[in-house]
Design a protein around this ligand. Sequence first.
Ligand code: GLN
Length: 492
Amino acid sequence: MTDLADLTIAQAAVGLRAQDFNAVDLLDAVETRAAFTETHLHAYLTLDREGSRHAAEAADTALAAGDPGPLLGIPIALKDNMVTKGIETTASSQILAGWKPPYDGTAVRRLKDAGAVIIGKTNLDEFAMGSSTENSAYGPSRNPWNTDTVPGGSSGGSAAAVAVGSALGAFGSDTGGSIRQPASLTGTVGAKPTYGLVSRYGLIAFASSLDQIGPLARSVPDAATLLEAVAGWDRMDATSYHGDVPAISRSLDAGVAGLRIGIVTELTGDAFDPQVTAATNATIDRLSDAGAEVVEISLPAIEYALSAYYLIAPAECSANLARFEGVRYGLRVDGSTTEEMMARTRAEGFGPEVTRRILLGTYALSAGYYDAFYGQAQRVRTLIRNDFATAYGQVDVLVSPTSPTTAFEIGAKTEDPLTMYFADICTIATNLAGDPAISVPVGLDDAGLPIGFQIMAPALGEEVMFQVAAEIERLVEFTARPRLATSTVVAP
Ligand code: GLN
């Protein structure tokens, strides 16, 4: 019998409805998986055993009453920068150690309303700043495909949990690639929605003009189901999109015949791992064979995307993180004056990468430099947005690798922030443009590590984006599972 922890969300929903098992059985299977894998992975910071048990029992009652929604009784993990009422929420920072929020964020509340079972809170790079989860103040997470390697970041804990089966689905946040890059490195599906599609209320802010919550799952339809549960206008977020939610899962079976697909010229070349390039090209060939019209598209301003991002994101983070001063939340280190207390609290509470970003951002915003740095970066952002708009006049979606490499070894990039920043070369531009993008697994490299493929679409183009992703999933048939997941199968 299949271990219930290995089911997709869609399969689990069918089993629950058929009463093959109940929501408590499903939670038991996932917790049993976590009990073994967590000692290797550290995907979770907090497991909410009591809350998840109650939610599973409530789901079983609701299931008995009939008419279940697609997430009723499904065990889901949340990145620990999503605010959860009464459950410690740290964003992997010492400065928030012990903080139990008095409210649920909007996405969290919508998931609870849909009957999802929140298993726990997953590890991330501190305040979502990083690409490997090594910047967590509570220690790194590891990749279930090879525990000497990183699961990517910053949503590395969510990605590792989904990959290994200690959650059936998860949510992360994506400011410059933090859902898609870990999805790529762990063989999972990860989507960053159009900016404004998912409320940021209750997402601990990193860079407010870029941050978006989005799903990680083991299949494209599962990712669509998760996104549908949280998408839509929210009066608590002033940047929330007020129009109709795109029909995210309407065209999952529509195929790609007649679609125009653009390969981004700038996201190929020597800087990319040849095995990543080969898998990307093979996927493009399959799309072409399946009837898509494939062309090359140049986005010239993408060359400046990383530079612009590393001014805009730190500038916004320096403003957002000013609220952590030892008075209202978490850590306080005493001093003889209020100023000294705040300085000591921030010096001890923030880790090195967060400190670097705050310093960079504060400098970029300071009088006399504002226009040269922040202003210039905003102009580049406009150029990038224009490049995408021009491209989408010619094609339906754009494609590229998700990450220039597969999972790298723990410690390999920690000494040099710039090589770490390069991990997001393929993902950052869509955040600057505000557009959606998704990563789907398309193969393994020689070392048995997953390779991800990125599909980008115009703003509110989630329908066609998921359409292409679903077709790739069918064409590629990526069924490999990480060794850690397959070595733990236990019959219930
Ligand atoms: N790795 C990028 C950074 O460090 C993106 C992070 C993210 O998307 N949250 O800023």
